[in-house]
Design a protein around this ligand. Sequence first.
Ligand code: FRU
Length: 516
Amino acid sequence: MSDFNPTLISIRDHDAELAKAEADVAGLAATRNDRWYPKFHIASNGGWINDPNGLCLYKGRWHVFYQLHPFGTQWGQCHWGHVSSADMVAWRREPIAMAPSLEQDKNGVFSGCAAIGDDGELRFYYTGHRWANGRDGSGGEWQVQMLATPDNDELTHITKRGTVVDCPRDKVDSHFRDPKVWKTDGTWYMTFGVSSAHRRGQMWLYTSHDMVEWRFERVLFEHPDPDVFMLECPDFFPITGPDGTERWVIGFSAMGSKPRGFMNRNVNNAGYMIGSWVPGEAFHPETDFRLWDCGHNFYAPQSFTAPDGRQLMYGWMSPFTEPIPMQDDGWCGQLTLPREITLGADGDLHTAPVRETDGLRMDTTDLGALDLNDNEEHGILDDAVAVEIELTIDLAQSTAERAGLKLHAANDGSYTYVAYDDQLERVVIDRQAAARGDRGYRTAPLSDAELASGKLDLRLFIDRGSIEVYVNDGRQVLSSYSYPSEGARAIKLTSESGTTRIDALRIHQLKSIGLE
Ligand code: FRU
């Protein structure tokens, strides 16, 4: 062990700060309007949330922490909220885990991860955030990487240990955050996102032998696009394909990239590159940048390796663009369903819902095969609050220009449209007819092989205020908020300008995960 000691400068009583945060969240929860509040997605009972943090399976329970602003429904003064589960289906709300209380994190306990040491003990690494001018963002940010450890096996009380990676502020354009820690070949590694002095988005690599004292090793990756000035919430992990070959995946949430065609339509965009990495060297990308999720509302995902070897990921459904209707309801923001990341035989990453998601199903209606005539619309549910739909479209036997579903369809004529678009050869989620919130559409590509198969599998998860669309078993995903109007929320099949053959259609009513 080294004699290095993290720096700890306490300025407030942590437990008292946590109690204030609990009281404010409870106040917001008491007045909450549930019209769009999720039944089966993780959200705070009141206040604002963003990134998933500290994901792990520890001593038999799954833990999800998340960025939480307890004092309002906008981003601000970041804490860590916490929920846990024995089975990833039924969740329990846990006490708020961390609040700003140190000089180093006085303006925010920012994002971070959990890492379990060889001793079986868990460590949290997070970013301590303060405004450089002591007031606001106009003078830049001052960020450092921090260590914290739990006081019990349930992770319901945490002790902060202090700064383990200081910021060399002359080499950094203030952004310096979101540590991810893992072990390769007997060495502990930490990477996090940095805006270099020249405003390039980079990931830096540090090493450690005791998980406490960290040394700078090198820049692991610099984004090739000079517009990209910061890589938030970076991720880095090996993955093995069906042929047994190991590849490395670099993930990040890029700030600054410009929209081009179908790419980078959101304010900031989260995606990955697949490549190779040898410890001691930089990461070598061997693919282009690909989005984790093509929807309107996906950002800052975090993945972790479960003890059974699965690489699991949660994303934050970032509202991005105003207006954000749920902000009037006492809460704002939810996470996606948990997804398993796999490397397919097609050489790309797939993210399907974890198999535990099937545990949400209560009862199932099998509508079998169905043919829709030219321009036919066919109602399949009069009022769907929380449902999963499995749909196989026979593309080879369909002539429709767009074939799909109107979701959250209300009496005032508003709806959100999910369809296969035969002109684009893409799956589209279109909010043109939405009653509230930001509109616009997003699309997910289909590969030549997927198109050639003549079939399209869609798996849709419709919650009170959101829609997730998994295309061909997670080859693509689209996640978007959708705020239905008052009254019943119907689901209708549609076949625009041509016919549609549906090979299979099943509807599952989904249960609550217990956080309402
Ligand atoms: C990404 C992010 C992170 C940061 C956190 C603060 O959404 O900006 O980079 O740690 O949110 O809430």
